[in-house]
Design a protein around this ligand. Structure first.
Ligand SMILES: C[S@@+](CC[C@H](N)C(=O)[O-])C[C@H]1O[C@@H](n2cnc3c(N)ncnc32)[C@H](O)[C@@H]1O
Length: 236
């Protein structure tokens, strides 16, 4: 099968997310049939986040993973992203939630984080790592800012090990999601990119190996929905 070479340069990714920021939340609900909410809830529960801890939510986007962590515990939460438009929506939602005392945001690339070594007890990233051109360097950088014994939770769309499920999920993302995007989004090519980036993501066991290569000591992964989403849990 022909593999499309995806342009994941920060400027392209940044332009793309800036252009879809205002429709991102609605499209997320439609494309996943609301299941992304349950996924984040499970991931936040697995993270074991406590109110005396400091968490960094990477590629935080419009903030939904940060808010889910906030409903687990009112610790210190920092969200970072490269898209100022996604972050401005996150900030609006934070004010509406009256959570400004706990959640703040920084414009930052995951590969160059503006934090000292060993700052965070927990780092999280939801549906963000597949947009990064060099996930290995990104995960090395995340390890740098995580305390010894700290956790890193990665949630990502993965190819299901069951061939029929894999076929159906790719059909959904490659054929159906762009149809919805044509009705609701100003940037249909972004949704073609999502479908392609999901189809090119490595299988969960291979990605777990890459996490280990980045210096994370223990790595577990838990498939959800027959493996179309995986939660990776890494310990430094
Ligand atoms: C699919 S959204 C996920 C947003 C959010 N985590 C969620 O669960 O809904 C991916 C996010 O990754 C951000 N992103 C992509 N590349 C990045 C990078 N190199 N550094 C930081 N953020 C990045 C995008 O701007 C976008 O907001």
């Amino acid at each position: 099968m022909l593999t499309v070479k995806l342009d994941k340069s920060p400027i392209t990714i940044l332009d793309m997310f800036n252009s879809i920021a205002s429709q991102y939340d609605v499209m997320n609900d439609i494309m996943t049939g609301f299941s992304h909410r349950r996924t984040r809830k499970i991931a936040a529960q697995l993270s074991g986040f406590k109110s005396n801890e400091k968490v960094l939510d990477l590629a935080t986007g419009t903030g939904d993973f940060a808010f889910r962590l906030y409903s687990e515990a009112q610790g210190t939460i920092i969200g970072t992203d490269i898209s100022e438009k996604m972050l401005s929506i996150a900030l609006l939602k934070t004010r509406r939630l009256d959570a400004n005392r706990f959640i703040s945001y920084n414009l930052a690339d995951i590969t160059r984080l503006p934090f000292l070594d060993e700052t965070f007890n927990l780092c999280t990233i939801g549906f963000g790592i597949r947009n990064v051109p060099d996930p290995l360097s990104a995960m090395i950088e995340v390890a740098r800012v995580t305390k010894k014994g700290g956790r890193f939770i990665i949630v990502e769309a993965t190819p299901s090990p069951h061939s029929l499920v894999k076929f159906l999920s790719l059909f959904h993302f490659q054929k159906l999601a762009p149809l919805f995007a044509r009705l609701l989004s100003s940037n249909v090519s972004a949704y073609n990119y999502f479908a392609e980036s999901i189809s090119q993501f490595p299988k969960a066991s291979d990605f777990a190996e890459t996490i280990k290569q980045a210096g994370w000591k223990k790595v577990y992964h838990q498939p959800l929905y027959l493996g179309i989403v995986t939660i990776f849990i890494a310990i430094k």
